[in-house]
Design a protein around this ligand. Structure first.
Ligand SMILES: Cc1cc2nc3c(=O)[nH]c(=O)nc-3n(C[C@H](O)[C@H](O)[C@H](O)COP(=O)(O)OP(=O)(O)OC[C@H]3O[C@@H](n4cnc5c(N)ncnc54)[C@H](O)[C@@H]3O)c2cc1C
Length: 473
């Protein structure tokens, strides 16, 4: 039995903690905040409740696996999972609207043809075929296996060129796919929105980011009853059942090192704790850069602004769960979430709605600038929620500073992507210091609920099975 200290109670770190405890290790989590979950938080006021982090789950298989491997009750017995259908409504700048069904390629093609004109669906479907090629080429090394010792092959673009042979024209950025291959500004906006949602700028994101819409449209979007915070509750409960110990309000200030190995941590206040392994789920610290001078982890420079809206009046029966209102002039693309969930509202005569936008973390803005930005977001959300202004009781704006308070970093890391010269690969789980491991969104395979959950599985695999661990088969 090894003594394992885990830094932070984010989802990635808790996933590692539960698995390590089941393997017979003594696991203690030190969390700087007063609660678990990190980004997966909740804001409550006057009987309204809002997810302050992700509002939907993709690839629930990652959490199903965690629950199967760490106990008797499967995930579905611990949380109420439902597929969101339609997966999303899109409102484009020109006013066109389309509802995309959940995980149905044929349904998506038909919906796009009907809304955008004949041929649009086929172009999107053909694009998804190429996106699938990129997914198949990178799924194992970028999601299911540890980062390869030599990640150079992952620096190459996996998205296939449009035409073979002499007409071969490799796509360079996601935005280029939009103009060259989708040939409709609304389809291009649809593609761009997937990149922005995960924090990537489509103008610079590699074509490899095509795996993001492929992943969502193939494996579906899921809601957790009571809000996504209920998933954090369930993972925390699972950790407690496996006798993981949690110490809250206790930041870790340093990792102790002896003879070139991590041997414990120093807590705020000066106490030290010895450990055989340290798993850090905190934002990866400023590691020394790689020998070629580049950072060891992904640098996106983006975060999220979330506006929680408390509305009077019932949610209309035809409302959809997720609407993406696409950018229009200076107004950003916003995602409007309207879960039909009694747990999130005081009664049936009220509704809680969240509106989220991806923003750059620099230059910094003051409180007034954020309120003005939120005004634009609410105006955009008005295209998804009828009579929004008249129904608004109050709003609460959460900025990247709130994200920093919840997680330790204002930036929200994205999933690992191939291409881009390897710049979008996160830090490896195995840190440069033996005995210190990285889990969570800042490490392989990157940010997002499912990816961070996988990081926990990989770190636990390394510690339990040894350095030769190659991923669970
Ligand atoms: C607003 C927002 C929207 C998001 N939307 C989506 C989405 O739509 N889809 C999606 O998949 N993902 C989304 N994400 C990302 C997703 O929530 C995270 O990637 C996921 O929760 C995994 O987080 P993590 O494991 O990296 O831990 P984090 O949530 O980053 O938590 C880190 C934890 O470590 C603690 N900590 C930090 N430093 C220390 C220290 N020194 N000592 C002790 N504890 C420390 C922090 O307090 C925190 O609890 C969103 C995130 C945010 C913030």
């Amino acid at each position: 039995m090894a003594r394992i200290v885990v830094i932070g109670a984010g989802l990635g770190a808790m996933a590692a903690a539960a698995r390590l405890a089941v393997a017979g290790h003594r696991v203690t989590v030190y969390e700087r905040g007063a609660t678990y979950g990190g980004a997966v938080g909740r804001f409550e006021r006057d009987g309204f409740a809002f997810d302050t982090g992700p509002g939907l789950l993709h690839l629930p298989a990652v959490y199903r696996d965690l629950f199967v491997k760490t106990g008797k009750e499967p995930l579905e017995e611990c949380v109420a999972l439902t597929q969101v259908d339609p997966a999303s409504r899109h409102v484009f700048a020109d006013g066109t609207r389309v509802d995309l069904p959940n995980a149905s390629r044929a349904g998506t093609v038909a919906a796009l043809d009907a809304a955008l004109g004949a041929g649009a669906g086929e172009r999107w479907g053909d694009f998804l075929v190429r996106a699938r090629e990129a997914w198949d080429r990178t799924r194992r090394p970028l999601l299911e296996e540890p980062q390869p010792a030599d990640p150079a092959p992952l620096a190459r673009e996996p998205y296939p060129a449009l035409k073979p042979g002499l007409l071969r024209r490799p796509a360079t950025t996601l935005a280029r796919i939009g103009t060259r291959e989708l040939r409709d500004p609304r389809l291009a906006a649809l593609l761009d929105a997937y990149a922005w949602t995960y924090g990537f700028d489509p103008a610079t994101a590699p074509a490899a980011a095509a795996v993001l819409p492929y992943m969502e449209q193939t494996f579906g979007s899921w809601y957790v009853g009571g809000g996504l915070r209920a998933l954090a509750d369930a993972v925390y409960e699972r950790c407690l059942k496996r006798r993981v110990e949690f110490v809250f309000d206790t930041p870790v200030e340093d990792v102790l090192e002896k003879d070139g190995r991590a041997v414990g941590v120093r807590l705020a206040g000066g106490d030290t704790v010895e450990a055989d392994h340290v798993v850090s789920g905190a934002p990866v610290p400023a590691l020394p850069p790689r020998s070629d001078g580049r950072p060891r982890h992904q640098v996106l420079g983006t975060s999220r602004v979330t506006v929680c809206l408390a509305l009077r009046g019932p949610r209309e029966p035809a409302a959809v769960h997720r609407t993406v209102v696409h950018a229009d002039g200076d107004r950003p693309t916003v995602t409007v979430l309207r879960p039909d969930d009694p747990a999130l509202r005081p009664d049936a005569d009220h509704e809680s709605v969240t509106v989220t936008a991806t923003v750059r973390t620099s230059p910094e803005r003051d409180a007034g600038a954020w309120e003005a930005f939120a005004d634009g977001m609410v105006e955009a959300a008005g295209r998804a929620v009828p009579e929004l202004r008249e129904r608004l009781l109050w709003r609460h704006v959460r900025t990247p500073e709130d994200v920093r308070r919840d997680t330790g970093a204002a930036e929200v890391p994205g999933p690992a992507l191939a291409g881009a010269d390897g710049l979008l690969l996160p830090a490896a789980n195995r840190s440069p210091l033996p005995g210190l491991w990285f889990a969570g969104g800042w490490s392989h395979p990157g940010g997002g609920l499912a990816h961070a959950g996988m990081s926990g599985a990989l770190v636990a695999g390394f510690i339990v099975e040894g350095a030769d661990f190659r991923g669970s088969r």
